[in-house]
Ligand binder design. Sequence first.
Ligand SMILES: Cc1ncc(C[n+]2csc(CCOP(=O)(O)OP(=O)(O)O)c2C)c(N)n1
Length: 329
Amino acid sequence: MHSDELGLSREQLLSLYHMMTLIRGTEEQLARAHQMGLVPGPCHTYVGEEAIAAGVCAALRRDDVVFSTHRGHGHALAKGVSPRAVAAELFGKATGCSQGRGGSMHLFAPEAGLMGTSGIVGPSILQGAGAGYSFKLLGLDRVSVAFFGDGAVSNGAFHEGLNMASIWDLPVVFVCEDNMYATEVPFREATRNQNVAERARVSYAMNAASVDGNDVLAVYAASAAAVARARVGAGPSLIECKTYRTRPHAEGMRDGGYRSAEEIDEWKKRDPIANFKNRLIANGQADADAIAEIDAEVQSLVQDAMEFARSSPFPDPVSATEYIFSAQE
Ligand SMILES: Cc1ncc(C[n+]2csc(CCOP(=O)(O)OP(=O)(O)O)c2C)c(N)n1
């Protein structure tokens, strides 16, 4: 997909680069912080998959909603949650987006449309369908997005969620991040049909596309089309994004035995950020100075977020029962 065909301005293209770089930079520092024992819970990074969150969320309005997964830092940042609020949450601090109660897999920022990351595989699909149903009932033109991995597509939630969204023409975009593995289980061993877009199209008569999930413009193009359909009441879509995580399943886990070093190196060559940067420069849409300026800005944002997270207070023990349940009327 050539950027001219998408009608994106130079600013929009640079902002896609900015977002992917911000996700990468934040997560590299979070991984370091995890190694240093500063992140008390699990930390699943999104390194290598940044083009998906950046491309999908660039097609959304702030009042559209996103339901995320255990690998959701990128979704949160791309939906507009600040790096400070994400980092502080992973550090368990009171200034985190969930007041330090949740950690990596419970990032909530409904004001930004981030309806939650989740430690459970699959429910984002049903929650996404549910939000779409409520938007339809309320007559709103808002759109709901459900992110999920290849590990979720053999879960009952996938079939129930897609079926309901399809029969009721709900304004939902299902985004499958197929990174080829569910923890250490290869997708090819978990299902006989790995073509997720085909499953949506054939089994649920749903609009569906399969794209290179490491190509931010391809992801953006498919997302913009799916969101536009959903917004005018033309029903749900599924976007299958082929991608790869280049770090272990979660920080501190071993990464051998189920995939080869050669495979990882091969995919590193398809790095979504480096490739997009080269493309912007080759097409004359950015020069080295513009890229360096963004890199420096991102570096200072990330540094600021880490300092903020480190220096923020832990929640006051007296407040332990606050922000856990919704307030009773
Ligand atoms: C319902 C449920 N079953 C099993 C698990 C354990 N689990 C955590 S992550 C994971 C793999 C998920 O793989 P995928 O959905 O492809 O996402 P990825 O980690 O590859 O991004 C599993 C099985 C879980 N969290 N929830």
